[in-house]
Design a protein around this ligand. Structure first.
Ligand code: PMP
Length: 427
């Protein structure tokens, strides 16, 4: 009864199509979360699990925060939202943008708001091309990204994906034409690629400061500065994708500060609300926005917008969430947690044969398993032990707990990872 050529029966399952899943492998064993408190979540079948990934790297202030529910309630009782097209705006979106401008990794920014990280990436890439088109340099369209990069899955994010499987199946090498990938850590390769493609054809280089889904890959010393230098020397825009790293995850508000780079565009999402409302956006530098703010009938219009751009309830939640980061001093706390995590992971690869490598950058860790060991089996074992991790590229386990976690919980999580790896290796 299948309508394609794969032998086998079609399995009936719940109406919700699981994201990023080999569907038959997950049906019947889905972990359905129905409640969260702090660093823990509960499943509908009665498990209580430590959220060692903060969901998809988003739940930084932890789950079940009444003050954020209250902020959403209060805003909805006044105004759910109003759009921000043309003459219209709403007070919460305006207020959030001012607040974000005050902590921006880009000096004197304008801020474009939308609904998440993939949205933000599409805006940043469109804006990079639009910038050069407006300057009369229409040739500058190519976007260079890194191997194993993840920049969401809208049209541009799909097209610049460094994880090839995310780009495949849409009829050409990339959905949006003129994208190029470079190796992960190699600044010389970036310079060579720029020379080959020609600076006159390149709009932007985009990079995650610490690559997340690609396996938690912090930048090698000097890498981001070198890429920035190449951008400056060749009149190429630098886009930093801080969807994971933004709002404290690396122990500074943004990774741009920690690594001393000054990008032209910075994308953010997740950590702006810790997931209490879908929100993302882009910090835009004056070099790009000023042309759209000139007092002249000839000033161009950026033809971009969305119904929920600057959603008032999402903005109200973000404002309250930024208070929490400040009031509870969570960003300096992340710096402490990074040290705890480093101490726990130190020597793990030497001690345990089944661990090939360990990396830490901010409060983000990656544990890469030795060849032959299946990361998804290890994460299944971890669930049995009461902990959530996630398999990333290259057999790597994700470590990114909420910022409100305790030192002891981090110690317990790393111990559980070690146990799960050893259990699986001995199976
Ligand atoms: N960029 C990076 C670096 C990400 O990690 C993600 C999401 N994991 C995205 C973009 C896309 O964000 P979203 O899932 O909110 O669309």
């Amino acid at each position: 009864m299948t309508s394609n050529d794969i032998p086998g029966a079609v399995i009936a399952g719940p109406a919700l199509w699981p994201a990023q899943a080999h569907v038959p492998s997950v049906l019947g064993r889905q972990l359905v979360i129905d409640r969260g408190e702090g660093s823990f979540v509960h499943t509908t079948d009665g498990r209580r699990l430590y959220d060692g990934t903060a969901g998809l790297w988003h739940a930084n202030v932890g789950h079940g925060r009444p003050e954020l529910a209250q902020a959403a309630y209060d805003q909805m009782m006044r105004l759910e939202t109003y759009h921000t097209f043309a003459r219209f705006s709403n007070d919460r979106a305006m207020e959030l943008a001012e607040r974000l401008a005050g902590i921006s990794p880009v000096p004197d920014p304008k801020i474009i708001l939308n609904s998440g990280g993939s949205d933000a990436i599409d805006v940043a890439c469109k804006l990079a091309r639009r910038h050069w088109q407006r300057e009369g340099r229409e040739g500058k369209k190519t976007i260079i990204s890194r191997e194993f990069a993840y920049h969401g899955l809208h049209a541009f994010g799909t097209s610049i994906a460094g994880l090839d499987f995310n780009r495949e199946g849409y009829g050409s090498a990339s959905l949006v034409p003129e994208t190029v990938r470079v190796p992960l850590h190699d600044a010389d390769a970036v310079a060579r690629t720029v020379a080959e493609v020609g600076a006159e054809n390149i709009a932007a280089i985009i990079t995650e400061p610490i690559q997340g889904t690609g396996g938690v890959n912090p930048p090698e010393d000097g890498y981001l500065e070198a890429v920035q230098r190449i951008c400056r020397e060749n009149d190429i825009l630098l886009i930093l994708d801080e969807v994971i790293t933004g709002f404290g995850r690396v122990g500074s508000m943004f990774a741009a500060e920690r690594y001393g780079v000054s990008p032209d565009l910075v994308t953010f999402a997740k950590g702006v609300t810790s997931g209490y409302a879908p929100l993302g956006g882009v910090f835009v530098s004056p070099r790009i926005w000023q042309a759209f703010y000139v007092d002249s009938p000839d000033t161009p219009v950026l033809r971009h917008g969305a119904t929920y751009a600057g959603h008032a309830t999402a903005a109200a939640v973000a404002l309250r969430h930024l208070d929490i980061l400040d009031d509870e001093k969570l960003v300096p706390r992340v710096a402490e947690l990074e040290t705890v995590l480093r101490t726990q992971l130190d020597g793990l690869a030497e001690r345990v044969d089944a661990v090939a490598d360990v990396r830490v950058g901010g409060f983000l860790g990656g544990v890469t398993l030795a060849e032959g060991l299946a990361a998804d089996k290890v994460t299944d074992r971890l669930v049995d032990l009461g902990f959530i991790s996630r398999p990333l590229r290259g057999g790597t386990l994700q470590i990114s707990p909420p910022f409100i976690t305790t030192d002891d919980e981090v110690v317990a999580f790393v111990a559980a990872i070690e146990q799960a790896v050893v259990d699986e290796a001995n199976r």
